[in-house]
Write a protein that binds this ligand. Structure first.
Ligand SMILES: NC(=O)c1ccc[n+]([C@@H]2O[C@H](COP(=O)([O-])OP(=O)(O)OC[C@H]3O[C@@H](n4cnc5c(N)ncnc54)[C@H](OP(=O)(O)O)[C@@H]3O)[C@@H](O)[C@H]2O)c1
Length: 227
C-alpha cells in the first residue's frame, strides 16, 4: 500500500514551494523572495497542520531559515534537516531559535563522527543516522520518523531534496505558489533538480485538486494518483 515502506508505515508528504512561471525556486544568485505576504500566511497556516517541516542542508546554508510559525496559534512542530555530514553551522537558526517550541531533528548518515554528533546533542538536537551512503537514506528514515508520531511532513525543498522524494515516489501532495515572473538561469535552482527520469512514463502522476488565482498569482494543489 502507498503508505507502506518495506512493511513499515511512513508519514504523508506534502511538497510545498513558491516558484516562477519557469519553475525556479530561487534566482541564480540564490534570491528566494518569491512569495507575497498572502502566500506566506497560507504557508504558515499549512505549517500548523503538519507534525514536521523538512528541508535540505543547502536551504539552511543559503537562507538560514527559522522554520517557525507566524500569524497563527499553534503547538509547535519538528524541524527536520537532512545533512549527510552534519555540516550545518551550530549557530544556525534551526539549532538556536526556540528549540523548546520547534525541536530539531537532523537526519544524517552513519559516516559522521561521534564528536560532531555530541556537539549537536549538547544543543538538544536529535540526530538520526540513516544509511551508510553519501546521502541520507530517506527510505530508512521515513518509518523512524513515523515511529516518533510524525504523520504529516511539509517538505519545503530545495530542489535537490525534492528530487530525492520524487524519485522514490514519496510525495503524496503538492502545493505550488506560482509567481508571474520568468527569472531564467541554468544555475537557478528549479523546483525539482537531480538527474531526472529518462521517460515521462516513469514519473509519479498527480491529480489537480484545486486551482486558485489571485492578483496574477496561481496556487495549485495536486494529490498523487496511486498506480
Ligand atoms: N521557493 C521555495 O519555495 C524554496 C523552498 C526551499 C528552498 N528554496 C531554495 O532552494 C535552494 C536550495 O536548494 P538546493 O537544491 O540547492 O538544496 P537543498 O535541497 O536545500 O539541499 C540539498 C542538500 O541536502 C543534503 N541531503 C542529505 N540527504 C539528502 C537526500 N537524500 N537527497 C537530497 N539531498 C540530501 C545534501 O547535502 P549533503 O550531501 O552535504 O548532506 C544536498 O546537497 C535555496 O536557494 C533556497 O532558497 C526555495
Amino acid at each position: 500500500m502507498w503508505w507502506n515502506l518495506k512493511g513499515n508505515k511512513r508519514p504523508y508528504i506534502i511538497l510545498s514551494a513558491a516558484m516562477t512561471i519557469d519553475g525556479k525556486i530561487a534566482s541564480k544568485t540564490g534570491d528566494p523572495e518569491i512569495s507575497d505576504e498572502e502566500d506566506w500566511k497560507a504557508v504558515h497556516k499549512l505549517r500548523t497542520e503538519v507534525d514536521a517541516i523538512m528541508v535540505g542542508k543547502c536551504s539552511i546554508l543559503l537562507d538560514n531559515p527559522k522554520l517557525h510559525i507566524k500569524f497563527y496559534d499553534h503547538n509547535g512542530y519538528y524541524r527536520i534537516v537532512l545533512d549527510s555530514n552534519l555540516s550545518i553551522p551550530i549557530e544556525s537558526n534551526v539549532v538556536r531559535f526556540k528549540p523548546e517550541i520547534y525541536p530539531t531533528i537532523i537526519g544524517t548518515t552513519e559516516n559522521v563522527s561521534i564528536e560532531r554528533i555530541k556537539e549537536f546533542e549538547s544543543h538538544n538536537i536529535e540526530i538520526i543516522k540513516s544509511g551508510t551512503g553519501s546521502r541520507v537514506d530517506i527510505i530508512k528514515l521515513m518509518p523512524i520518523l513515523y515511529s516518533k508520531g510524525i504523520r504529516r511532513i511539509l517538505l519545503e525543498g530545495g530542489g535537490n531534496l525534492n528530487w530525492s522524494f520524487i524519485k522514490e515516489n514519496l510525495v503524496d501532495e503538492i502545493r505550488l505558489f506560482i509567481a508571474p515572473w520568468m527569472v531564467g538561469g541554468k544555475d537557478a535552482i528549479s523546483l525539482v533538480e537531480g538527474e531526472g527520469f529518462a521517460k515521462m512514463i516513469e514519473s509519479p502522476r498527480y491529480r489537480l485538486i484545486n486551482a486558485i488565482s489571485r492578483n496574477n498569482y496561481v496556487i495549485l494543489k495536486y494529490r498523487k494518483i496511486k498506480r
